[in-house]
Design a binder for this molecule. Sequence first.
Ligand code: GGG
Length: 352
Amino acid sequence: MITHRIAVVPGDGIGKEVIPEGIRVLEAVGRRFDIRFLWQEFPWSCEAYTETGRMMPEDGLKQLCRFDAIFLGAVGFPGVPDHISLWGLLIPIRRHMRQYINLRPVQMLRGMVSPLRNRTPKDIDFCIVRENNEGEYSEIGGRLYTGTDAEMVVQETVFTRKGVDRVLRYAFELARKRKTKHVTSATKSNGIIHTMPYWDERFNAIAREYPDIQTAQYHIDILTSHFVLHPDWFDVVVGSNLFGDILSDLGPAVAGSIGVAPSANLNPTREYPSMFEPVHGSAPDIAGKGIANPIAQIWSGAMMLEHLGHHEAAQAIEKTIANLLADTDLRTPDMGGKAMTAELGAAIAASV
Ligand code: GGG
């Protein structure tokens, strides 16, 4: 029996509703595969911010470093500005723990209904590799002449060679393990004059190290339309922090629901714990109703198991999700059904 210490941060909104289902399924698969979890929950959230003025305590990052992995729900709630909640919790964790890869699989599973006409599961199966530590998500910048007619604001994008090369290499290595062996780069080097031509330059340099991998490069504007019109063109898609974030909401929407989309914030060196969270946010509009789709959280749990070295257990969860969608009509409302969050979680836990 192997034991893993997992930090749990349910966060806000539906994060608090889907996390228990993720844990329920991981406990069930743990019983089958002899894996024990020691969960420790941290109530860091917008509610905590309202009470204490902080999303997490001053030593929060230090506390998290003691764990094997972090299992996170969602961050953000009306009443606390989104930049406060994100920069008070999610982004410091990603950066401090050097989780420089955000891996976001996009898959239309059998039984899912795409909003695109005539698309089937064989058409939509790709991975988005999002740069997760730098790029457009940067603290560099500021305001001048606040509150006057001369008010101005500057926000700097930061691309380092180390940061760009490592995410590109990760994408190419991932493509080597996949069927099509193809990497698409998201760029905007026609409009963004310094950082994006640099991204292209590094993409071309790294691509030369991988002659066995085919490549494509698209400006982000036309790439969004290709996602809708030709989702079957994609295998691995690599993008900067902002582009990767946008594409990884669009991809799952095209596949049928953002409610199933998982993600892994990975520290490939394993110097710090990695963090696993659904792509979706806290969804305040449906929070408290018990109808959120728990699949993204449960699938993120499978990605956590994979990272912790439990390939078979991870596969068991993924297969159970796939079978549930293919063989039953148990669906939460985002997928056109009437099932509750806990019903879906219980069904997956029971058959895993
Ligand atoms: N599941 C995590 C979450 O709450 N995501 C919402 C969000 O806006 N994230 C921003 C980001 O991933 O950069």
